[in-house]
Every structure is written in structure tokens, then in C-alpha cells.
Design a protein around this ligand. Structure first.
Ligand code: ADP
Ligand code: NI
Length: 197
């Protein structure tokens, strides 16, 4: 039953995000769902709520939808058609409400904290680097400009990405973040050394 529901949610998500080119594509949702599930097992949280919330966590994002509120209402209707209970729907909405980094909030539920961690982990490491340049390119940003660093994709590493490892909610995510953080630091070192050549 739960696996069928998750497979349905996956298809719903595919329909919404398959054409995204800003680093918030279907595979971002898939990685966040899988990572949230993995962390949930370690942290003894509700695995189904974490995985389902991972799939849908970006549906209320104003950056990605012209009318996020309408999308969230449609999502609740969809959840009912695949027979999620009112309590499950409620738990998912609580979990995804404060996930966004830009909001600067800490989610109230353990499941929300886990989905936020999973989302942030996807902004680190090799994939995080790829997503940053994809986002920057899609928004017309420069890769870097040493005369005016502001608003460049490289500057985003300093403004946000290098701070993420200290913002993790769970012990499990902190450990994973450490390695991915080191990879980003190495990458920046190499970037600046090539830039200076
Ligand atoms: P959230 O959806 O949690 O608010 P963001 O949308 O800010 O998080 O970040 C999602 C992805 O987009 C991350 O991989 C991040 O690096 C990238 N991103 C966000 N803002 C920028 C930016 N100004 N320049 C480059 N990449 C960005
Ligand atoms: Ni996300």
C-alpha cells in the first residue's frame, strides 16, 4: 500500500518537475526523497512521511511556481485520491512548510528537520556544484567576476553553500555534510588557482 502510494507520488512529481533546468528537477526530488528516507531510518523518524515529503518538498516554492498556494491545494486533493489519511497529509504539510533555506526557519517536526537536511545535502558535494551552476546559468548569472563578485555563482558558495554544514539538524546529516563540504572547499581552491593562472 505505502509503496504504491510512493510510486504514485513519484509520478505526480515527475509531471511537475521534469522540465526544470534550475537544479530543481525530478532527480533533485528523487535524491531528496531517498536521502530523507535514509536519514529517517537512522534517526528513527517516520520513514513514509520523510520519503513522501522529500518527493513533494519543493511544490510550495515561489521560485518554481507562479502560484505555489494553488499547487499545494492541488497536491492535497491528489493525496486524497491515492488514499493518504488526513493525518498523513497534515504531517507532510508540516514537514515541507519550512524546508526552504531562504526562509531561514527550522521545521518544527523531526520529519521536517530531516527533509530540510536532505534538501541541503543536495546543495553540497559534486551534485551541489552542478546545481549551483545550473541555477546560475538559468538565471543569467556569471560564473565569476573578480572585479564584482556579487551575484556570481562562485559567490553563492560563500554566501550560502559553505555555511550549510553547520546548519544541519540531525547527526546523520552532519556526518554526510562534512565530506561534501570538504569536496566543495577543494573545488574552490582549484577554481581560484586556475583563475589566477
Ligand atoms: P531552497 O529551495 O531551499 O530555498 P535554494 O533554491 O536557495 O534553496 O537552493 C537550491 C539550489 O539552487 C542549490 O543547489 C543552490 O546552490 C542553488 N542556488 C540558489 N540560489 C543560487 C544563486 N544565487 N546562485 C547559484 N545557485 C543558487
Ligand atoms: Ni529542494
Amino acid at each position: 500500500m505505502k509503496n504504491v502510494q510512493l510510486a504514485n507520488i513519484e509520478q505526480y512529481t515527475r509531471g511537475l518537475f521534469q522540465h526544470d533546468a534550475t537544479g530543481h528537477d525530478f532527480y533533485h526530488m528523487k535524491r531528496v526523497a531517498q536521502m530523507a528516507k535514509q536519514i529517517a531510518v537512522e534517526e528513527k523518524a517516520n520513514v513514509f512521511i520523510c520519503e513522501a515529503s522529500g518527493w513533494v518538498h519543493d511544490i510550495g516554492d515561489y521560485k518554481l511556481f507562479t502560484n505555489p498556494k494553488v499547487e499545494l491545494t492541488k497536491l492535497a486533493t491528489y493525496f486524497k485520491t491515492i488514499h493518504l489519511t488526513d493525518e498523513e497529509i497534515n504531517q507532510i504539510y508540516i514537514a515541507i512548510k519550512d524546508v526552504s533555506f531562504s526562509k531561514g526557519e527550522i521545521p518544527v517536526s523531526l520529519e521536517g528537520k530531516i527533509v530540510q537536511d536532505a534538501d541541503r545535502l543536495d546543495a553540497l558535494g559534486a551534485i551541489g556544484i552542478a546545481r549551483t551552476f545550473a541555477f546560475g546559468g538559468a538565471k543569467g548569472q556569471s560564473i565569476f567576476n573578480d572585479a564584482n563578485k556579487k551575484g556570481t555563482s562562485i559567490q553563492h558558495f560563500h554566501d550560502k553553500l559553505l555555511k550549510i554544514k553547520d546548519l544541519m539538524n540531525t547527526k546523520t546529516a552532519k556526518q554526510i555534510a562534512q565530506k561534501r563540504h570538504q569536496f566543495i572547499e577543494k573545488y574552490l581552491e582549484q577554481f581560484y588557482s586556475e583563475w589566477a593562472q
